[in-house]
Design a protein around this ligand. Structure first.
Ligand SMILES: Cc1cc2nc3c(=O)[nH]c(=O)nc-3n(C[C@H](O)[C@H](O)[C@H](O)COP(=O)(O)O)c2cc1C
Length: 233
């Protein structure tokens, strides 16, 4: 039995999969790799963490520059220090007005939980990138996509191994503090922080807008914003 079957207690996330294509295991993984913010404290073996980093480093990057760098944080003191730096993020969430709806309220509660409990996550994967491409004049427009391709590969690989993970940018409100804790050189930027652990909630379908809300054929038609479209839930 695969890791996907073993951990699934909810629909596989293929409810709106386009007809005419038989979804394979990779597509099933993608369809159910939702943000997993509730993690069990049980340790994650090194081999699995290395598999996640391997997946991250299989990603595309401009001219195969492989700008990404990974800081794997497992040390309790380091995680606690990062947790301290995230207090600003927590205060920011607490300062927001009324949530727009139940889904907004839910994400806030869960994101807050993840931030305050970051020291309990078995692994914190910090996906960074070197600001070095192109060589003749480094341009951040190349750096961020490289971080993101690697990060998404990590999320998908985690799901495929039965691990929970969430792409976060919790560092942005106190980036220098996080940089100092990690000891990053000046030319290395933090892209994402991905807490990883065994899931404490069932994986479930990722809920997304219907394709027709977000796809334009050959050229943009209509002036509406996607956010005006019907809520996917
Ligand atoms: C650029 C980016 C930044 C994000 N930042 C955070 C974050 O700081 N904290 C958090 O808990 N989730 C964060 N997320 C996760 C999103 O909230 C999540 O992908 C989205 O709500 C969809 O959730 P689902 O996959 O469970 O459907 C971020 C995702 C992206 C792509």
């Amino acid at each position: 039995m695969s890791a996907i079957e073993r951990t699934d207690a909810a629909p596989a996330g293929l409810e709106d999969f386009p007809p005419g294509v038989e979804p394979n295991e990779t597509l099933r993984v993608i369809g159910s790799a939702r943000a997993m913010r509730r993690l069990r404290p049980d340790p994650v073996p090194d081999a699995l963490v290395r598999a996640l980093v391997w997946a991250g480093t299989r990603a595309a990057s401009p001219n195969n520059s492989q700008l990404w760098r990974f800081v794997v944080v497992r040390d309790a003191d380091q995680k606690a220090a990062i947790g301290g730096a995230l207090e600003r993020f927590v205060r920011w969430i607490d300062s927001l007005g009324e949530p727009a709806d139940g889904r907004d309220a839910h994400i806030r509660t869960e994101a807050r939980h993840l931030a305050v409990s970051i020291a309990d996550a078995p692994v914190l994967l910090v996906v960074c990138a070197e600001h070095s491409y192109p060589e003749r004049g480094p341009d951040l427009r190349y750096l961020w996509p490289a971080v993101n391709t690697a990060s998404q590969n990590v999320l998908v690989a985690a799901r495929s191994l039965g691990l929970g993970a969430t792409l976060t940018m919790m560092h942005v409100g106190n980036e220098q503090a996080v940089r100092d804790i990690l000891g990053l050189p000046d030319d290395v930027h933090i892209g994402t922080m991905i807490p990883v652990g065994w899931p404490d909630r069932p994986f479930g379908p990722v809920r997304r807008r219907p394709l027709d809300d977000v796809v334009h054929h050959d050229r943009w038609r209509g002036g509406g914003h996607a956010r005006d479209a019907k809520d996917p839930q």
